[in-house]
Design a binder for this molecule. Structure first.
Ligand code: ATP
Ligand code: MG
Length: 278
Protein backbone atom coordinates (compact mmCIF):
# COMPACT_ATOMS: atom_id res chain seq x y z
CA UNK A 1 0.00 0.00 0.00
CA UNK A 2 2.93 2.30 0.72
CA UNK A 3 4.02 2.06 -2.90
CA UNK A 4 0.63 3.12 -4.20
CA UNK A 5 0.61 6.12 -1.90
CA UNK A 6 3.97 7.24 -3.23
CA UNK A 7 3.15 6.88 -6.89
CA UNK A 8 -0.42 8.01 -6.73
CA UNK A 9 -1.16 11.64 -7.55
CA UNK A 10 -3.26 13.22 -4.83
CA UNK A 11 -6.49 14.79 -5.99
CA UNK A 12 -5.93 18.48 -6.77
CA UNK A 13 -2.16 18.18 -6.29
CA UNK A 14 -0.14 20.72 -8.19
CA UNK A 15 2.15 18.37 -10.11
CA UNK A 16 5.57 19.58 -11.22
CA UNK A 17 7.21 16.84 -13.24
CA UNK A 18 10.70 18.32 -12.91
CA UNK A 19 10.36 17.70 -9.18
CA UNK A 20 9.66 14.01 -9.65
CA UNK A 21 12.77 11.94 -10.35
CA UNK A 22 12.64 9.68 -13.37
CA UNK A 23 15.41 7.36 -12.20
CA UNK A 24 14.40 6.63 -8.62
CA UNK A 25 12.86 3.35 -7.59
CA UNK A 26 10.49 4.05 -4.70
CA UNK A 27 9.38 0.92 -2.89
CA UNK A 28 11.95 -1.36 -4.49
CA UNK A 29 15.57 -1.88 -3.52
CA UNK A 30 17.18 -3.24 -6.65
CA UNK A 31 16.71 -4.97 -9.95
CA UNK A 32 17.07 -8.44 -8.53
CA UNK A 33 14.36 -7.90 -5.92
CA UNK A 34 12.14 -6.32 -8.56
CA UNK A 35 12.49 -9.32 -10.84
CA UNK A 36 11.69 -11.77 -8.07
CA UNK A 37 8.67 -9.80 -6.95
CA UNK A 38 7.52 -9.22 -10.52
CA UNK A 39 7.50 -12.97 -11.12
CA UNK A 40 5.30 -13.33 -8.07
CA UNK A 41 2.93 -10.59 -9.23
CA UNK A 42 2.78 -11.99 -12.75
CA UNK A 43 1.77 -15.33 -11.29
CA UNK A 44 -1.03 -13.72 -9.31
CA UNK A 45 -2.49 -11.46 -11.99
CA UNK A 46 -3.98 -14.30 -14.08
CA UNK A 47 -5.63 -15.66 -10.94
CA UNK A 48 -7.21 -12.29 -10.24
CA UNK A 49 -8.17 -12.07 -13.90
CA UNK A 50 -9.82 -15.49 -13.66
CA UNK A 51 -11.93 -14.33 -10.73
CA UNK A 52 -12.85 -11.15 -12.60
CA UNK A 53 -13.95 -13.28 -15.54
CA UNK A 54 -15.91 -15.69 -13.35
CA UNK A 55 -17.62 -12.91 -11.45
CA UNK A 56 -18.56 -11.29 -14.75
CA UNK A 57 -19.88 -8.11 -13.15
CA UNK A 58 -16.98 -5.68 -13.24
CA UNK A 59 -14.09 -4.75 -15.51
CA UNK A 60 -10.61 -3.24 -15.20
CA UNK A 61 -9.30 -0.48 -17.42
CA UNK A 62 -5.58 0.28 -17.45
CA UNK A 63 -4.65 3.58 -19.09
CA UNK A 64 -1.06 4.04 -20.28
CA UNK A 65 0.23 7.45 -21.24
CA UNK A 66 3.80 8.57 -21.82
CA UNK A 67 6.21 10.35 -24.06
CA UNK A 68 7.57 8.30 -26.99
CA UNK A 69 9.89 5.46 -25.99
CA UNK A 70 8.94 5.64 -22.31
CA UNK A 71 7.75 2.06 -22.43
CA UNK A 72 4.02 1.78 -23.06
CA UNK A 73 4.62 -1.17 -25.36
CA UNK A 74 7.12 -2.63 -22.91
CA UNK A 75 4.53 -2.56 -20.15
CA UNK A 76 2.00 -4.30 -22.36
CA UNK A 77 4.59 -6.96 -23.19
CA UNK A 78 6.00 -7.53 -19.73
CA UNK A 79 3.07 -6.91 -17.42
CA UNK A 80 0.14 -8.20 -19.43
CA UNK A 81 1.97 -11.18 -20.91
CA UNK A 82 0.69 -13.72 -18.40
CA UNK A 83 -2.96 -12.79 -18.80
CA UNK A 84 -5.43 -14.93 -20.64
CA UNK A 85 -5.86 -13.18 -24.01
CA UNK A 86 -9.46 -14.31 -24.13
CA UNK A 87 -10.39 -11.84 -21.43
CA UNK A 88 -7.90 -9.07 -22.09
CA UNK A 89 -7.79 -6.56 -24.90
CA UNK A 90 -5.29 -3.86 -25.74
CA UNK A 91 -6.43 -0.83 -27.72
CA UNK A 92 -3.90 1.56 -29.24
CA UNK A 93 -5.32 4.96 -30.00
CA UNK A 94 -3.87 6.61 -33.08
CA UNK A 95 -4.72 9.80 -34.95
CA UNK A 96 -8.55 9.74 -35.13
CA UNK A 97 -10.06 8.49 -38.38
CA UNK A 98 -12.45 10.61 -40.44
CA UNK A 99 -15.39 8.82 -38.85
CA UNK A 100 -14.00 9.23 -35.34
CA UNK A 101 -13.50 12.94 -35.94
CA UNK A 102 -17.18 13.29 -36.74
CA UNK A 103 -18.03 12.21 -33.22
CA UNK A 104 -17.30 13.60 -29.79
CA UNK A 105 -13.80 12.71 -28.57
CA UNK A 106 -15.01 10.09 -26.11
CA UNK A 107 -17.01 8.14 -28.67
CA UNK A 108 -14.20 5.86 -29.80
CA UNK A 109 -12.96 5.57 -26.24
CA UNK A 110 -16.29 4.37 -24.87
CA UNK A 111 -16.50 1.66 -27.51
CA UNK A 112 -13.17 0.26 -26.40
CA UNK A 113 -14.02 0.14 -22.67
CA UNK A 114 -13.75 -3.49 -21.56
CA UNK A 115 -16.99 -5.35 -20.92
CA UNK A 116 -17.71 -7.06 -17.59
CA UNK A 117 -15.22 -9.80 -16.84
CA UNK A 118 -12.37 -8.33 -18.87
CA UNK A 119 -9.22 -6.29 -18.50
CA UNK A 120 -8.74 -3.54 -21.07
CA UNK A 121 -5.49 -1.72 -21.68
CA UNK A 122 -5.42 1.64 -23.42
CA UNK A 123 -2.11 2.35 -25.14
CA UNK A 124 -2.73 6.10 -25.37
CA UNK A 125 -6.26 7.16 -24.62
CA UNK A 126 -8.76 10.01 -24.34
CA UNK A 127 -5.92 11.97 -22.72
CA UNK A 128 -4.44 12.52 -26.17
CA UNK A 129 -7.30 14.96 -26.65
CA UNK A 130 -5.86 17.24 -23.96
CA UNK A 131 -2.22 16.46 -24.84
CA UNK A 132 -1.43 16.30 -28.55
CA UNK A 133 -4.63 18.24 -29.32
CA UNK A 134 -3.38 21.04 -27.08
CA UNK A 135 0.32 21.00 -27.94
CA UNK A 136 -0.32 20.71 -31.67
CA UNK A 137 -3.13 23.26 -31.47
CA UNK A 138 -5.55 20.87 -33.16
CA UNK A 139 -8.44 22.53 -31.33
CA UNK A 140 -8.83 25.97 -29.72
CA UNK A 141 -7.91 26.29 -26.00
CA UNK A 142 -11.54 26.63 -24.97
CA UNK A 143 -12.22 23.21 -26.44
CA UNK A 144 -9.42 21.26 -24.77
CA UNK A 145 -9.84 23.10 -21.48
CA UNK A 146 -13.46 21.99 -21.23
CA UNK A 147 -12.37 18.39 -21.69
CA UNK A 148 -10.79 17.92 -18.26
CA UNK A 149 -14.18 18.04 -16.61
CA UNK A 150 -15.70 15.84 -19.30
CA UNK A 151 -12.97 13.27 -18.74
CA UNK A 152 -13.47 13.29 -14.97
CA UNK A 153 -17.21 12.90 -15.41
CA UNK A 154 -16.77 10.12 -17.97
CA UNK A 155 -14.38 8.20 -15.75
CA UNK A 156 -16.72 8.61 -12.81
CA UNK A 157 -19.54 7.23 -14.94
CA UNK A 158 -17.42 4.23 -15.87
CA UNK A 159 -16.43 3.62 -12.27
CA UNK A 160 -20.03 3.75 -11.12
CA UNK A 161 -20.80 1.21 -13.78
CA UNK A 162 -18.31 -1.30 -12.42
CA UNK A 163 -15.12 -0.35 -14.27
CA UNK A 164 -12.03 0.05 -12.11
CA UNK A 165 -9.84 2.65 -13.81
CA UNK A 166 -6.08 2.60 -13.11
CA UNK A 167 -3.97 5.22 -14.89
CA UNK A 168 -0.21 5.28 -15.37
CA UNK A 169 2.06 8.01 -16.60
CA UNK A 170 5.46 6.54 -17.43
CA UNK A 171 7.88 9.29 -16.52
CA UNK A 172 11.24 9.32 -18.36
CA UNK A 173 13.89 11.99 -18.68
CA UNK A 174 14.63 13.77 -21.91
CA UNK A 175 18.14 12.29 -21.93
CA UNK A 176 16.84 8.76 -21.47
CA UNK A 177 14.39 9.30 -24.31
CA UNK A 178 17.22 10.48 -26.59
CA UNK A 179 19.21 7.36 -25.81
CA UNK A 180 16.31 5.05 -26.47
CA UNK A 181 15.34 6.77 -29.71
CA UNK A 182 18.91 6.58 -30.89
CA UNK A 183 19.15 2.90 -30.01
CA UNK A 184 16.00 2.27 -32.00
CA UNK A 185 17.31 4.17 -34.99
CA UNK A 186 20.52 2.18 -34.91
CA UNK A 187 18.65 -1.13 -34.93
CA UNK A 188 17.27 -2.27 -38.31
CA UNK A 189 14.75 -4.44 -36.49
CA UNK A 190 13.33 -1.40 -34.76
CA UNK A 191 13.88 1.62 -36.97
CA UNK A 192 11.29 0.68 -39.57
CA UNK A 193 8.46 2.60 -37.99
CA UNK A 194 10.43 5.67 -37.08
CA UNK A 195 9.41 8.90 -38.77
CA UNK A 196 10.75 12.45 -38.75
CA UNK A 197 7.56 13.30 -36.85
CA UNK A 198 9.00 11.46 -33.84
CA UNK A 199 11.93 13.88 -33.74
CA UNK A 200 9.55 16.78 -34.24
CA UNK A 201 7.48 15.64 -31.24
CA UNK A 202 10.60 15.66 -29.13
CA UNK A 203 11.19 19.28 -29.97
CA UNK A 204 7.94 19.97 -28.17
CA UNK A 205 9.09 18.18 -25.01
CA UNK A 206 8.48 21.13 -22.67
CA UNK A 207 5.01 21.77 -24.06
CA UNK A 208 4.12 18.11 -23.58
CA UNK A 209 5.48 18.08 -20.04
CA UNK A 210 3.36 21.14 -19.24
CA UNK A 211 0.31 19.47 -20.77
CA UNK A 212 0.99 16.32 -18.74
CA UNK A 213 1.30 18.37 -15.57
CA UNK A 214 -2.20 19.72 -16.14
CA UNK A 215 -3.56 16.27 -16.87
CA UNK A 216 -2.04 14.86 -13.68
CA UNK A 217 -3.08 17.85 -11.59
CA UNK A 218 -6.65 18.02 -12.85
CA UNK A 219 -7.63 14.44 -13.61
CA UNK A 220 -6.33 12.42 -10.69
CA UNK A 221 -9.60 11.75 -8.94
CA UNK A 222 -10.52 9.50 -6.03
CA UNK A 223 -12.35 7.25 -8.49
CA UNK A 224 -9.68 7.18 -11.23
CA UNK A 225 -6.27 8.15 -9.84
CA UNK A 226 -3.11 8.74 -11.83
CA UNK A 227 0.15 7.05 -10.91
CA UNK A 228 3.42 8.64 -11.94
CA UNK A 229 5.90 5.81 -12.47
CA UNK A 230 9.59 6.72 -12.71
CA UNK A 231 10.46 4.89 -15.92
CA UNK A 232 14.15 5.39 -16.70
CA UNK A 233 14.73 1.92 -15.25
CA UNK A 234 12.65 -0.55 -17.22
CA UNK A 235 12.79 -3.13 -14.45
CA UNK A 236 11.31 -0.63 -12.00
CA UNK A 237 8.63 0.51 -14.44
CA UNK A 238 7.42 -3.06 -15.00
CA UNK A 239 7.57 -3.92 -11.35
CA UNK A 240 5.65 -0.80 -10.27
CA UNK A 241 2.89 -1.06 -12.87
CA UNK A 242 2.36 -4.74 -12.11
CA UNK A 243 2.29 -4.09 -8.38
CA UNK A 244 -0.18 -1.20 -8.58
CA UNK A 245 -2.42 -3.27 -10.84
CA UNK A 246 -2.24 -6.25 -8.52
CA UNK A 247 -3.18 -4.12 -5.54
CA UNK A 248 -6.04 -2.46 -7.41
CA UNK A 249 -7.44 -5.86 -8.39
CA UNK A 250 -7.00 -7.30 -4.92
CA UNK A 251 -8.93 -4.36 -3.55
CA UNK A 252 -11.87 -5.25 -5.79
CA UNK A 253 -12.41 -8.34 -3.65
CA UNK A 254 -13.41 -10.39 -6.67
CA UNK A 255 -15.72 -13.28 -5.91
CA UNK A 256 -16.62 -16.45 -7.73
CA UNK A 257 -20.35 -16.46 -8.40
CA UNK A 258 -22.41 -18.92 -6.35
CA UNK A 259 -22.96 -22.22 -8.19
CA UNK A 260 -26.09 -22.16 -10.29
CA UNK A 261 -26.82 -25.81 -9.60
CA UNK A 262 -26.42 -28.25 -6.77
CA UNK A 263 -22.89 -29.52 -7.43
CA UNK A 264 -23.32 -32.51 -5.10
CA UNK A 265 -26.41 -33.66 -6.91
CA UNK A 266 -24.70 -33.21 -10.28
CA UNK A 267 -21.72 -35.27 -9.11
CA UNK A 268 -24.08 -38.02 -7.97
CA UNK A 269 -25.75 -38.06 -11.33
CA UNK A 270 -22.41 -38.06 -13.11
CA UNK A 271 -21.22 -41.02 -11.07
CA UNK A 272 -24.46 -42.88 -11.74
CA UNK A 273 -24.10 -42.20 -15.45
CA UNK A 274 -20.52 -43.47 -15.42
CA UNK A 275 -21.63 -46.61 -13.62
CA UNK A 276 -24.08 -47.18 -16.44
CA UNK A 277 -27.08 -46.88 -14.21
CA UNK A 278 -28.89 -44.37 -16.37
P1 ATP B 1 4.61 3.29 -31.34
O1 ATP B 1 5.28 4.44 -32.02
O2 ATP B 1 5.39 2.75 -30.19
O3 ATP B 1 4.10 2.23 -32.25
P2 ATP B 1 2.54 5.15 -30.80
O4 ATP B 1 1.43 5.13 -29.81
O5 ATP B 1 3.51 6.29 -30.73
O6 ATP B 1 3.27 3.79 -30.65
P3 ATP B 1 2.12 5.93 -33.48
O7 ATP B 1 1.33 5.34 -34.58
O8 ATP B 1 3.57 6.22 -33.68
O9 ATP B 1 1.88 5.03 -32.21
O10 ATP B 1 1.49 7.30 -33.04
C1 ATP B 1 0.17 7.48 -32.78
C2 ATP B 1 -0.06 8.96 -32.88
O11 ATP B 1 -1.44 9.21 -32.78
C3 ATP B 1 0.62 9.74 -31.76
O12 ATP B 1 1.43 10.72 -32.29
C4 ATP B 1 -0.54 10.34 -31.01
O13 ATP B 1 -0.26 11.59 -30.46
C5 ATP B 1 -1.59 10.40 -32.08
N1 ATP B 1 -2.93 10.47 -31.52
C6 ATP B 1 -3.53 9.62 -30.69
N2 ATP B 1 -4.74 10.07 -30.31
C7 ATP B 1 -4.90 11.25 -30.93
C8 ATP B 1 -5.93 12.23 -30.93
N3 ATP B 1 -7.03 12.05 -30.23
N4 ATP B 1 -5.77 13.32 -31.68
C9 ATP B 1 -4.65 13.49 -32.42
N5 ATP B 1 -3.64 12.63 -32.46
C10 ATP B 1 -3.75 11.52 -31.72
MG1 MG C 1 5.16 6.54 -32.15
Amino acid sequence: MKLIKRLRVKTSAHVRLTKIATDETPGCRDKETAQEQLADTLAELPKLQYRLFAENRRAVLVVLQAMDAAGKDGVVRHVMSGLNPQACRVTSFKVPSALERQHDFLWRIHQAVPPAGEIGVFNRSHYEDVLVARVRKLVPPAVWKARFQMINDFERYLTENGVTVVKFFLHISRAEQAQRLDARLADPARNWKFTPADIEERRLWDDYQAAYEDVLSRCSTPWAPWHVVPADHKWYRNWAVAEVLRQAMRKMDLQFPPPRHDARDLRRRLAAQEAGKC
